[in-house]
Design a protein around this ligand. Sequence first.
Ligand code: P6P
Length: 334
Amino acid sequence: MSKNLVQFMIEEQRQIPGASDDLTGLIGDIVTACKQIAHSVNKGALIGVLGSAGSENVQGETQKKLDVITNELFIKANEWGGHLAAMASEEMDDIYPIPAQYPKGRYLLTFDPLDGSSNIDVNISVGTIFSILRCPAGSIHPTAEDFLQPGTEQVCAGYALYGPSTMLVLTTGHGVNGFTLNNDIGEFILTHPNMTIPVDTQEFAINMSNQRFWEAPVQRYVDECVKGKSPGGREKNFNMRWVASMVAEVHRILSRGGIFMYPFDTKEAGKAGKLRLLYEANPMSFIVEQAGGMSSTGRGSIMELKPTGLHQRVPVILGSRNEVERVVGYHKEA
Ligand code: P6P
């Protein structure tokens, strides 16, 4: 009988000196939320959860009904367990302190409950991204400031991918492992142990419609990929993908290599990129680097950034190490 997620976590926990049941219990609650989200996403129009909620989130983005529903599911599944001091979400302006009627724990949870939700109404894969930090010692009443820790402080990061099959991919700093949801028994089963990203690739992912807004190093890199083996290009031809769902892109890269870029662009003044540091870039960077890949803003490691705000945006270039290093090199030359 193949190993389920709980058995995997308990066996891994035995390898980590001083590890507590606390983290395993928290991950169990997060996984419960992901199973509930998988159900809602899968039922879609059948249960009337598609379409717009008629509201905007702190990002100024129109919220889908499922953005709101999945945010609530995450809160309800995680607020009671006694593992958390507070949570922060793409869908909430400020942090969510654990209500007084529940015991407080020693972790902080950040999450994007439904990433890529613009795809939900057209039945394209979407996902959930989450990241676990330690609550600073002595912080009885957590504040947003307590969340502003570099990505290198993450204890755990993971995502659920609601695709042809529902998968959960997780790291606690000891490699990356993938689990597939067996709907017959409602368990995530270990199907992709020790996921690693090939150091080379012939596949790049970027939203080409933003090309005129990119900085020169990214223009140069993408231009060479498009040229492939023709003059002025590379030693090989490239393929391109853009799903507009970061979880799907990262999962493809973990599965077969690739480079994903949502770089700095001048499309909107004051935005350093589109993706959010705390609950998109940092968790995905932890996973990618634990799988042997690399993650950068183009000018430095994403996970070494000291966050300045809960919803701070950051340029993201991540994936197969040799390609990310090339893009970073072009930034250095510029
Ligand atoms: P664009 C989804 O909204 C998201 O945050 C990521 O999942 C995805 O990679 C990106 O934005 C897509 O952005 O500008 O191509 O729609």
